[in-house]
Every structure is written in structure tokens, then in C-alpha cells.
Design a protein around this ligand. Structure first.
Ligand code: MN
Length: 352
């Protein structure tokens, strides 16, 4: 990922983005971080670029992307907030300042505890509160989450005690914040990465099993998607369909809380139908229920009753496709869950 790929990506979702501004921001960050390398040996600038890239995937605005590119300059280089304000404006400077302050909190805790692996739960709750309260602009938290995600992706080059500390802090503070903001995609990645460092043997075992099951299931999932696509087309419902395996940490949690074995976890795959309008979400739900029998008590309408974080979608679990008798289907655990998201949900996180 270089600056030109990043700029390409942004210009695809924001036609009016000031790309020259971003180039200037990049040049500034590049020269500020000149000569710095990460522990992995990579040039430092790749880190802020990747953080910006994670945020571009969430279709964030140019100022947030700029702040992401600059996010470590005040902390780690000679650049000052005043300089950033003069060059790139007050809004970007406020975001960078917010991210820098959150970094300071996190690091002071790290020093006090000297990588102690048992953070008291209420302390984690406190820290989560401080984080949320301190960031007057939610975009500060988004940058911080993207920063953490990239740090986790490159965690293997750090010493083991530091890996464990960061992984635990991610589980206790960052993943719950991502969850509270409805950023599921970020939350899942944070959890799976952190889990792989906290309990690598269980993680590997589950990952292997999931891959095996995925290969077994892949054709069924593809076939299911095809059936839905045809029906949607027939009824003129515009939608995008995504099939995705459940993430590893959530399988682990389910096994733990329900005392189940891996072979007893049925809904390993979810299919997501993303529509353009709320009406189409309901239409898609109707299509699924007319194709396959829904399970009792598994239908959730978060469009009519959004979650506290404004998450809006419909969930259902159905007995999967096929003409086999229901009972046999159940025994063979061909149960799949479907999630419908209205596009509006994603749009609601483009913050101002
Ligand atoms: Mn950083």
C-alpha cells in the first residue's frame, strides 16, 4: 500500500476529495518520519499509511484520513500540533491531538503495570470510559482503533510479554469500544488477532477445524448464494450478497458459554444481504423465509428496533436449502444464519 493506491481508493468513494491536500499531508509525514523504522525493520511511514487505508475502507472523510497519516508525528517526531494546525488546518490538528493524548494514557498505564497481564476488569471499564469521554470527536476513536488494528497485524515482531499485554488490552478496551460503535468488522479482526496471541494453541486448533469445515461447506454456501441471487433478481430487489465464515473468537465464546464442542456449533457461516433501502431489507427477509423455514425465536428486527449504537439490520436463522426432510436437515446441522443489513447502517458511521 503506497500513497497512490490510498488516493485511488479514496477518490472512488469521494469524488470531491481534495487529493492534493492528502499528498501534502503525506509528504509532511514522510519527511517527519524519515529514517525511522518499525521493530519489524520496515520504514515507519508504512504504519500511518496502513492506518489510513483501514479508515479508507470504512469510507471516512479526507480530514480523518489526513489525521491518520499524521497520527504519530507529534508523539514520535519533531513535528508539533501547532505546525500541523498551520499547515493542515484546525480540524486535522484537533484529531491528531486527540489521538496523541489517548496514546499517552495507554502508555502510562503500560508503564505503571509493567506489562502485568492481569488488568482488573473495572480498571478496563474505567479506561474505556476515559477513552470515549476524552475523544470529543468520535473520529479520534476511529483512528485509534485503526492504529490498534494495524499494530496487532504487525505484533509478531514484539517481545512476547508486550504481545500479551497489547492483546489483552485489545480484548478489554478496544474490541468493546468497536462493538459499542457498531464497527463489527473491526471488532472481529481485533478479537481474532488478539485471541491468536493470548491463546495461540486454541486459536490454531479452531482455525484448522474451521478451514476443514469451510472447504466442506464452500459449495453449499455458493449454491445458497446463487439461489438467493436468482430470487432477488426475479423480484427486482437490488442487493449485494456476502458469505462469510464466523470469526474464530466468537466460535470460541459460543463453545465456552454454551459448553459445546466445535462439532455442535451449527451456524458457522452467515450470509449477509446488503440492500439499498429498508424496504428491500424486509423484501429480502421475506424471500429467505419463503425459500427456507426459519428457526423459532431467531428472528431479530433491529431496523424497527435499532440497537443503542444505531445498528440497523434484520437477522434470521433458517434450515438450509435442499429438499431433504426437515428432521434430517436438522440432524445434519445444515442450519445457516442470514443477516440482512440496510445500507444506511454503514452510512451512519461516516461521522462529521
Ligand atoms: Mn500509530
Amino acid at each position: 500500500m503506497g500513497i497512490s493506491e490510498l488516493i485511488d481508493k479514496i477518490s472512488q468513494y469521494d469524488k470531491e476529495a481534495d487529493l492534493d491536500f492528502l499528498k501534502k499531508v503525506y509528504e509532511f509525514s514522510l519527511s517527519a518520519h524519515q529514517g525511522q523504522v518499525r521493530i519489524s525493520g520496515e520504514p515507519f511511514i508504512l504504519h500511518p499509511l496502513e492506518v489510513a487505508n483501514i479508515l479508507a475502507e470504512l469510507h471516512l472523510d479526507v480530514v480523518t484520513i489526513a489525521a491518520a497519516i499524521l497520527h504519530d508525528t507529534v508523539e514520535d517526531t519533531k513535528a508539533s500540533i501547532l505546525e500541523i494546525k498551520e499547515k493542515f488546518g484546525e480540524e486535522a490538528a484537533l484529531l491528531v491531538d486527540g489521538v496523541t493524548k489517548l496514546t499517552v494514557i495507554s502508555q502510562s498505564k503500560e508503564n505503571i503495570e509493567d506489562f502485568d497481564l492481569t488488568i482488573e476488569e473495572d480498571q478496563a471499564v474505567n479506561l474505556r470510559k476515559i477513552f470515549l469521554a476524552m475523544a470529543k470527536d468520535i473520529r479520534v476513536i476511529l483512528i485509534k482503533l485503526a492504529d490498534r488494528l494495524h499494530n496487532l497485524r504487525t505484533l509478531s515482531s514484539l517481545p512476547i510479554n508486550k504481545q500479551k499485554f497489547i492483546a489483552r488490552e485489545t480484548m478489554e478496551i478496544f474490541a468493546p469500544i468497536a462493538s459499542r460503535l457498531g464497527l463489527w468488522h473491526i471488532k472481529w479482526q481485533l478479537e481474532d488477532l488478539a485471541f491468536s496471541y493470548l491463546d495461540s494453541s486454541i486459536y490454531k486448533d479452531l482455525a484448522d477445524k474451521l478451514v476443514k469445515r469451510r472447504i466442506e461447506r464452500e459449495s453449499v454456501v455458493q449454491e445458497t448464494i446463487k439461489i438467493i441471487q436468482e430470487k432477488l433478481k426475479e423480484l427486482k430487489v437490488e442487493a449485494r450478497i456476502e458469505g462469510r465464515p464466523k470469526h474464530i473468537y466468537s466460535i470460541y465464546q459460543k463453545m465456552n458459554t454454551k459448553g459445546k464442542d466445535f462439532s455442535e456449533i451449527y451456524d458457522l457461516f452467515a450470509i449477509r444481504i446488503i440492500t439499498n433501502t429498508v424496504e428491500d431489507s424486509y423484501a429480502a427477509l421475506g424471500i429467505i423465509h419463503s425459500l427456507w423455514m426459519p428457526l423459532k425465536d431467531r428472528i431479530k428486527d433491529y431496523i424497527a428496533m435499532p440497537k443503542a449504537n444505531n445498528y440497523r439490520s434484520l437477522h434470521t436463522t433458517v434450515y438450509g436449502p435442499g429438499n431433504e426432510p426437515l428432521e434430517r436437515l436438522y440432524q445434519e446441522s445444515k442450519i445457516r444464519s442470514f443477516k440482512f443489513s440496510s445500507f444506511r447502517f454503514y452510512a451512519s458511521f461516516r461521522c462529521n
